[in-house]
Design a protein around this ligand. Structure first.
Ligand SMILES: C[S@@+](CC[C@H](N)C(=O)[O-])C[C@H]1O[C@@H](n2cnc3c(N)ncnc32)[C@H](O)[C@@H]1O
Length: 450
């Protein structure tokens, strides 16, 4: 790979005798990986022989997007060093967690694996198109405790002062750790680029710190090697907000201490972590964890987001729930956006004035005289929560994801909604009409498997 001359000069000076190994790593092939979803049965067909040593769910290898394991949300493809970020965050069940720069959802889906559908995960992305992809990935992973927002950090800070136990800022950065994966990233690089990115990161962090509870945590990460965006950003944070202290990160598998001398020299910076491609099997990352001792934002009382569904809407859903669901839905958590019905995560605060892409679990569409369940619900329920569930063959699965009708002689009901599983993984809802299964796989997600 042709690295920019100024990049080479900079890292030659910073890394000294390690620089040749660092530069040589850019000519080696990239590392890829995937994480399995603990909310799903582990698929038999995945190669799990090469685990990523620092995370329970991560493996080296590649999973194609057009496979059952991917479509059903049993796996999420993620570069192995990025998995260290979720591992450092490691939220406990029941926590309120914010992923501020979240699309496409690698860290969000990882954080969700720790939360196990408890607490509240607010997953935010500033770019509308990317927020949509994020929502699709949270649905694919079957998340029901997650709100997807499309906001700028200042609006998030205004809406949720001192609300969260943990905030992740996986910052937009100069992406030097993406050079092998995306050679175009090299062409964006200029000597000034890290400083430009650092300015934006300081703006994001200035807002992010306001939403953390006293005693809460901030996890900051980048996929770049630039000290301006890494150690210098943590130096700036500690100088600007003495309410923070660095939480030292445990390191293994070639992950090393961050370098105080690349920041302001504060020895506490050692507690942060650097992932270099010449020292470990990953593309490169920087991660720091900080604890907030006293609130920075104003401490606020929160009102729950009220339900807004009408009696008719509620009746329509109740009739469906009575016929098809094996569990009770808390009607106080139902919200309608137009004709779309959602189940808010428990404890959702007021969402007034916010751009909400997905206010929790999408339950389905309120039609004139009936309720149509969503694809998201098919992927989010636990096995047995829907009354009519059936296992289909891989050939039938190919028909489903292609948008076709198929026939099946042993359906659990003659007429109505059936939740389809393939190899134990939830796939979609279909509508049985005698021995035919009508297809409701979302049009925008259909694909062809050869
Ligand atoms: C490194 S990526 C996030 C990757 C994601 N956390 C994951 O693991 O899949 C950074 C994100 O920050 C978003 N972003 C860009 N400018 C931003 C800003 N000014 N404030 C907040 N987020 C921003 C980008 O659109 C991008 O999706």
């Amino acid at each position: 790979m042709e690295l920019p001359a100024a990049f080479k000069t900079k890292y030659q000076q910073l890394l000294g005798d390690q620089a040749p190994a660092f530069f040589a790593s850019f000519d080696q092939s990239e590392n890829s990986g995937f994480r399995i979803n603990p909310l799903r049965p582990t698929p038999d067909d995945l190669d799990l022989t090469d685990p990523v040593p620092y995370t329970k769910w991560g493996y080296y290898g590649k999973v194609s997007g057009h496979t059952l394991d991917h479509q059903s949300g049993a796996v999420y493809s993620q570069e192995p060093s990025a998995m260290f970020v979720g591992e450092v965050a490691h939220p406990s069940e029941g926590m309120r967690v914010l992923d501020l720069c979240a699309s496409p959802g690698g860290k969000t889906t990882h954080l969700s694996s720790f939360l196990q559908q408890t607490g509240l995960l607010v997953s935010n992305e500033i770019m509308p198109k990317r927020a949509k992809v994020l929502a699709e990935n949270t649905e694919r992973f079957g998340l029901s405790n997650t709100l997807v927002l499309n906001e700028d950090p200042a609006s998030i800070a205004k809406a949720f002062p001192t609300f969260f136990d943990q905030v992740l800022v996986d910052a937009p950065c100069s992406g030097e750790g993406m050079f092998r994966k995306d050679p175009d990233a090299v062409s964006y690089w200029t000597p000034d680029y890290p400083a430009t990115c650092a300015k934006r990161q300081r703006e994001i962090l200035t807002e992010a710190v306001k939403v953390i509870k006293p005693g809460g945590e901030l996890v900051y990460s980048t996929c770049t090697f630039a000290p301006e965006e890494d150690e210098q950003m943590i130096s700036w944070l500690l100088e600007t907000y003495p309410q923070f202290e660095v939480v030292p990160i445990q390191k293994t598998a070639g992950i090393i201490d961050a370098k105080p001398e690349w920041g302001n020299g504060d020895p506490a910076l050692k507690g942060a972590a650097r992932l270099f491609p010449h020292l470990m099997r990953g593309e490169g990352h920087f991660v720091a964890k900080l604890k907030l001792k006293e609130a920075i934002g104003r401490v606020t009382k929160y009102h729950q987001q009220p339900s807004n569904v009408s009696r008719d809407q509620s009746n329509l859903f109740e009739a469906f729930a009575e016929q098809y669901l094996n569990f009770k839905v808390d009607s106080h958590r139902l919200v309608a956006f137009g004709d779309q019905l959602y189940l808010l995560p428990a404890g959702t605060p007021s969402l007034r004035g916010l751009k909400v892409v997905r206010p929790g679990l999408h339950l389905g569409t309120l039609k004139k005289h009936r309720f149509e369940p969503s694809y998201a619900m098919a992927l989010a329920l636990r096995p047995g929560q829907f009354k009519y569930e059936t296992e289909i063959s891989e050939d039938d699965w190919k028909q489903v994801v292609h948008g076709d009708i198929f026939t099946k002689t042993d359906l659990p009901l003659k007429k109505g909604w059936v939740r389809l599983f393939c190899n134990g993984q939830p796939v979609a809802f279909g509508k049985a009409v005698n021995q035919t299964v009508k297809n409701f796989f979302p049009k925008g997600l259909r694909f062809n498997v050869h």
